[in-house]
Design a protein around this ligand. Structure first.
Ligand SMILES: Nc1ncnc2c1ncn2[C@@H]1O[C@H](COP(=O)(O)OP(=O)(O)O)[C@@H](O)[C@H]1O
Ligand SMILES: [Mg+2]
Length: 314
């Protein structure tokens, strides 16, 4: 869907992005992660030509992006940023309608789309449509920002630290929304973050950047279990590695299916990390597990969880 082929970008003679090659497949959730100044935002902005690259080629759907009209290209790609960038003198409905209006959608279709998106992002349409940005909380503004990026049903969604300014609870809720939207619509998403937990939670593929270059790319599990070098290992943190791995595995993977015990059950699709907290809360060694229909399907042993951690920490 998006292909970088030996791409470089210079600012005042300094490379912000150096000889970067990267393939982003259709329907994939890619997260660009790295320290501040590593070239993440520049990489993202080159995709919709907010920044023009100096060397190499970038292709979108097989065609070089230089061949597109920049405005037309941008309308096919939703873009959401941390500072939100809502127009302060426009209400929520008008903000969301920006791109559909540019595309000259019929009025009725735009109105229906606004309601649909507010619903998708958990904002009551009747209550929020007419509000102005200053009448919204930070989290609500972020939601409207994401709704606006999604408005014209873009083929690609580009997001630059879209949840950066939020408190942890609102951030987790919005992350869940994005995962749901991704699963529902199967859109290609590229998200920039410096937050490791966020990357692990959201990504199909993680691209770790440093100094304008890609250090490593792969699935979250690959980056955690098989870091390419010391930088990658340090970035994802040695000490918490076991716990982070637990967040990628589900109860269902460590289950003893032939056992049964009494007690308040946990769900099989919980992450092992969530299960770990439940063990700690309940001060127990074993937990009964039920499937999505609530039918008992086995027992999770604390010792298995710890053993799994040792096995993967080798
Ligand atoms: N418009 C610009 N003018 C000059 N330098 C820039 C500009 N945008 C980014 N840079 C520089 O390019 C490097 C990469 O920046 P950026 O892509 O924003 O990093 P990140 O998003 O990973 O924090 C930094 O050194 C930054 O100072
Ligand atoms: Mg940035």
């Amino acid at each position: 869907m998006i292909e970088f082929d030996h791409v470089s970008k210079y600012f005042q003679g300094e490379a912000a992005v150096k000889d970067l090659s990267l393939t982003i497949r259709e329907g994939e959730f890619t997260v660009l992660i790295g320290t501040s100044g590593s070239g993440k935002s520049t990489t993202l902005k080159m995709i919709n030509r907010l920044v023009e690259h100096d060397e190499g080629r970038i292709r979108f759907a097989g065609e070089e992006i230089r061949n597109f009209d920049a405005k037309a290209l941008r309308r096919r790609m939703g873009y959401a940023i941390q500072s939100i960038g809502l127009f302060p003198h426009w209400n929520v409905a008008q903000n969301i309608a920006t791109v559909p209006q540019l595309l000259k959608w019929p009025k009725a279709r735009i109105e229906a789309r606004i309601d649909e998106l507010l619903d998708l992002l958990g904002l009551e349409a009747a209550q929020f449509r007419e509000r102005y940005p200053h009448q919204l909380s930070g989290g609500q503004q972020q939601r409207v920002g994401v709704a606006r990026a999604l408005a014209a049903d873009p083929e690609v969604l580009l997001m630059d630290e879209p949840f950066g300014a939020l408190d942890p609870v609102t951030r987790a809720a919005l992350q869940q929304e994005i995962v749901r939207i991704h699963n529902l619509l199967g859109r290609t998403i590229v998200l920039v973050t410096h937050d490791i937990e966020e990357a692990l939670r959201l990504a199909d593929r993680i691209v770790l950047m440093d100094g304008g270059q890609i250090i490593q790319q792969g699935t979250p599990l690959e980056l955690l279990t098989n870091p390419a070098n010391d930088f990658a290992r340090d970035f994802f943190g040695r000490s918490e590695l076991g716990v982070r791995l637990l967040s990628l595995r589900q109860v269902v993977n460590s289950l003893r299916v032939d056992e049964h015990i009494e007690g308040e059950p946990i769900k099989a699709d919980l992450s092992l990390r969530e299960a770990l907290s439940l063990f700690v809360d309940r001060q127990c060694q074993q937990l009964p597990v039920v499937d999505e229909k609530g039918v008992p399907c086995g027992v999770l042993h604390f010792s298995d969880l710890v053993r799994g951690e040792h096995a993967t920490n080798r």
